[in-house]
Design a protein around this ligand. Structure first.
Ligand code: URA
Length: 236
């Protein structure tokens, strides 16, 4: 691939802007400044620097964010911060999107990518990717409520039954369970449907991928193995 095209694909701006960066001597590969925009590159394990800052070439990006409360998953957040505020322009220029959404007041594992196929694979309703949530509830969780969640509840304006699996009562007012769909406010609505209320919600896991070692507000690139873990279909 040509150097100018590679830089553009990585989010460094328009082809013209990338040509200018190269001509300005901003780009080096293995310590050697390359000033020809048409320089041909082998992309395998390519790293390069832009004004001394090091970057790995990535065909697509897969990111895990431990989302803090108070951040919206939309580009034009109105009343809160946007999760996209946590990423620099280079990543944003690549067209980063959230893989599904978490509410503003929900924390935990959120994936972001510029790979449309990955996004589709994880969010398509027919794929049933498992998501594990931990929550604090307004009232003590009763055995009958757990039973109802296991059997499944109806949600207004949604077709079908919404059930939780792998339910663990962690404390009187603390519950963890897995869902296999992803409709609007699903967990909060499921708890409301059994006569309780979610006070605090945290996503622990998507597929077989967790983010336990990521500090809140921090993000990391996923390895190819982690990308596969996220896609792992955990059957009900
Ligand atoms: N279910 C909810 O109610 N909220 C979320 O943010 C995620 C799942």
């Amino acid at each position: 691939m040509l150097l100018e095209k590679m830089l553009q694909s990585q989010g460094f701006g328009s082809r013209k802007h990338c040509q200018q960066l190269i001509k300005n001597g901003a780009i080096a590969i293995q310590g050697e400044v390359i000033s020809n925009p048409k320089h041909k590159l082998d992309l395998k394990d390519l790293t390069f620097t832009v004004y001394g800052e090091s970057f790995d070439y990535r065909e697509k990006v897969y990111i895990a964010l431990n989302k803090p409360q108070g951040y919206e998953c939309s580009h034009q957040a109105t009343h809160h911060f946007s999760v996209f505020d946590l990423f620099d322009d280079v990543l944003m220029n690549r067209g980063l999107q959230c893989v599904g959404r978490l509410d503003q007041d929900t924390s935990g594992l959120l994936l972001l990518t510029d790979d449309g196929q990955f996004l589709q694979a994880l969010t398509h309703p027919k794929k049933h990717v498992a998501k594990v949530y931990r929550m604090q509830t307004a009232d003590p969780v009763r055995a009958g409520q757990i039973q109802q969640l296991e059997q499944g509840v109806e949600l207004r304006n949604e077709a079908g039954i919404f059930a939780a699996t792998d339910i663990i009562l962690l404390a009187e007012n603390e519950l963890q369970f897995t869902i296999h769909q992803g409709v609007y406010h699903q967990v909060k609505r499921m708890l409301a449907a059994v006569g309780n209320k979610v006070e605090r919600l945290h996503r622990q896991q998507i597929g077989a991928l967790t983010c336990t070692d990521l500090e809140e507000g921090h993000w990391t690139y996923l390895s190819p193995e982690q990308v596969e873990l996220a896609k792992t279909r955990m059957t009900v």
